[in-house]
Design a protein around this ligand. Sequence first.
Ligand code: NAP
Length: 222
Amino acid sequence: MKDHAHNQPVVTVHYAQSLDGQIATCTGDSRWISSPATLTYAHALRAENQAVLVGVGTIIADDPRLTLRLVRGEQPRRVVLDSALRIPLGSMVLNDSAKASTVLITTPRASAERIVRLCAKGVDVVVVEESDDGKVCLASALECLSSFGIERVLVEGGNQTITSFLRAGLVSRLAICIAPLLIGKGVGAVGDLGVVRLAQAIRFQTAQWIPAGPDLIFEGKL
Ligand SMILES: NC(=O)c1ccc[n+]([C@@H]2O[C@H](COP(=O)([O-])OP(=O)(O)OC[C@H]3O[C@@H](n4cnc5c(N)ncnc54)[C@H](OP(=O)(O)O)[C@@H]3O)[C@@H](O)[C@H]2O)c1
């Protein structure tokens, strides 16, 4: 289902956090915060969406496969926001194209040589405009995904990508797995949203809490 008002795919944000709101330790270690029960839920979310999107920071930290494995369904496209194409050439998403296709969304800052090198690996590289802070413009990225026929996108992290989508008001639904552990100083789930008064806080139209083994899943519509 598209967001017809803006001709953009509908965006769901999903991540797993500790009780104190961290998605990784201070060294970037995030595997695994949630229990096997919530990992299955995470894969079911992937199955509902036609694309799974992360920032290049998550690729560098975790080298994830971003494929559907724990439930049946069609493999979503893997999408990476990477404004200068600094993705490591050995990354899983660049080297297992038989499992799922990958789209790198970049900006005019990426070199032509790098684009050619990455296209030779069988991935799609799309250049869109830069945002004011020199990153990939999210509205343009979503338009590009729409042109691929993608109507539902699952944003899986990390901190900067989640924050950018929320700040831009592009998120329709949030699904957070909350696991019973404390990390302390680490990588927070959400960064600066520009909220200085509680009246500006993001609130939900619906809120549902689902127990999943030792974890709790929060689902909310915005
Ligand atoms: N627990 C979980 O569910 C979970 C899930 C995912 C990740 N993580 C953790 O999150 C950490 C990585 O977080 P992160 O914030 O460093 O990485 P990230 O959000 O995955 O990637 C951030 C990078 O993406 C690029 N980017 C391009 N356009 C962007 C835009 N419009 N908005 C935001 N980013 C954009 C930027 O790099 P360029 O400027 O080079 O383009 C930016 O530095 C890792 O420790 C990982 O383990 C945890």
